[in-house]
Design a protein around this ligand. Structure first.
Ligand code: FE2
Length: 450
């Protein structure tokens, strides 16, 4: 056993172990009471290598884990591989350049969202995959032939217009393309955007009138790619900049603002405030500088761009390490009061999952306050997704949903927490088999996609 552990990459230990079976469970044990107003699906994806191993946490095959809620009941839990070329033919190598350039060769392991009647499983280097309501794969989409390159895993749905604002980045020129998808699901605008080089752009930001690109010093490295390693490295000489562009603008209209070198995988949210643009972000001082696993602890910062002076103020909001920031979908691009992050109260070690304990942090940006839900010893949650009540009376009137892994029982639960009270006791908890650690997901109301 010790020999197995020594040779197993850290990201595949504990709850990083992939699951091998695709399940459909309809007799689920519920503790508490599922609110009848929750009508839809929670779907999350993550990296679950079919072969049982992967060279990097980001390389595993996308597996969807979903729970369907209806009439106050948990109708089912399912887990399904997204049927990418890697599942259909396991000998396909993700680091093979011809595979990397084939836009259908997505791992679909990063994010899931519902837009214009479709459920999309996303990964940032390739086309989105369309999924049906039972988590079966329909196929890759190029938006009726209009999409010519990659599509980010972190597009933003504007709550005002219903548009899906996105981008795609590439190791080859054009390094960055802005993509605007209409509320009806048509890709209506594609703009090449000039950046400093082949930067890895994981996420971006929207406001009511603008999008903001993050041109940061994590860049594609062909030599690393050729050696089969994660092909991104930290570049001390690469200027870190934020690019602000009108939503229907073009490259010539992008205004760039310098920030201190750092990396941001995920912003919490951004919004306009007169001449200023405010961005709350989970900031890393650097990434991939010393190794492919070099991720110093990230924490919450606020960037405020003063568009009249061209300066950006950078303020650390909290020194507690946290990632996977989210806000209510209703305030994306608009002023938010509340944001939610995933944190560890005790980090634990991969070889001893009982030593870890996780928490959901809730930031009140109006009162400058942080509250938390503690999951307890040996219990770790994933990214929490805010879901509003049917007729919300406040921005935080609703629920936080996530999967929680319990190391003692080596099983998981799907929990629905009260976002307003942040009570440690779930509103409802659904017992599940083990759901491995994953990345991002969404609550997809039946009214959006069914
Ligand atoms: Fe992400």
């Amino acid at each position: 056993m010790a020999a197995v552990l020594e040779s197993t990459p850290q990201h595949l230990l504990g709850n990083g172990r992939p699951v091998t079976e695709e399940l459909t469970l309809t007799k689920l044990k519920v503790t508490g009471s599922i609110p009848a107003e929750l009508e839809g699906r929670f779907v999350r994806t993550g990296a679950n290598p079919l072969s049982g191993t992967s060279a990097h946490p980001f390389f595993g095959d996308g597996m969807l884990h979903g729970v369907r809620l209806r009439d106050g009941k948990a109708q089912w839990y399912r887990n399904r591989y997204v049927q990418t070329p890697f599942i259909q033919n396991p000998s396909v190598d993700i680091m093979d350049p011809s595979v990397m350039m084939d836009m259908k060769s997505s791992k679909a392991n990063t994010h899931v969202l519902g837009h214009a009647g479709k459920i999309l499983a996303l990964e940032e280097g390739h086309f989105p995959y369309v999924i049906d309501g039972d988590l079966n794969t329909v196929g890759a989409t190029d938006f009726d032939g209009v999409l010519k390159g990659s599509f980010t895993a972190h597009p933003k749905i504007c709550p005002v217009t219903g548009e899906l604002l996105a981008f795609g980045y590439s190791a080859m020129e054009p390094y960055l393309r802005y993509l605007r998808v209409s509320a009806e699901g048509k890709l209506v605008q594609t703009e090449n955007i000039t950046v400093g080089g082949p930067t890895m752009m994981h996420d971006f930001n929207i406001t009511q009138n603008h999008v903001i690109f993050m041109d940061l010093p994590a860049v594609f490295d062909m030599q690393l790619a050729m050696s089969g390693e994660m092909p991104i490295r930290w570049d001390e000489s690469y200027p870190a900049r934020l690019g602000v562009m009108p939503r229907n603008g073009n490259d010539a209209q992008v205004k760039w603002y310098e920030v201190n070198p750092c990396y941001v995988f995920h912003p919490m949210n951004s919004y306009e405030d007169g001449d200023r643009i405010v961005l709350d972000v989970a900031r890393f001082s650097h990434i991939w500088r010393d190794s492919a696993m070099d991720f110093p602890p990230p924490d919450l910062w606020r960037w405020t761009i003063d568009t009249s002076t061209g300066k950006v103020s950078e303020v650390q909001i909290d020194d507690r390490s946290a990632e996977f920031p989210r806000v209510a979908d209703s305030v994306i691009g608009l002023k938010h009061r509340f944001g939610y992050m995933m944190s560890m109260s005790q980090p634990g070690t991969p070889n001893d999952p009982m030593s870890a304990s996780g928490a959901i942090l809730k930031y009140d940006r109006e009162k400058g306050k942080r509250t938390e839900i503690e999951f307890g010893r040996g219990r770790v949650g994933g990214e929490s997704v805010f879901v509003p009540s049917a007729n919300p009376k406040a921005e935080d009137d609703g629920y936080l949903m996530t999967y929680v892994y319990d190391a003692k029982s080596d099983s998981s639960s799907f929990v629905i927490m009260d976002a307003a009270s942040m009570d440690n006791t779930p509103v409802a908890s659904i017992d599940l088999p083990r759901v491995p650690s994953g990345f991002h997901g969404s609550w997809i109301p039946a009214s959006v996609a069914d």
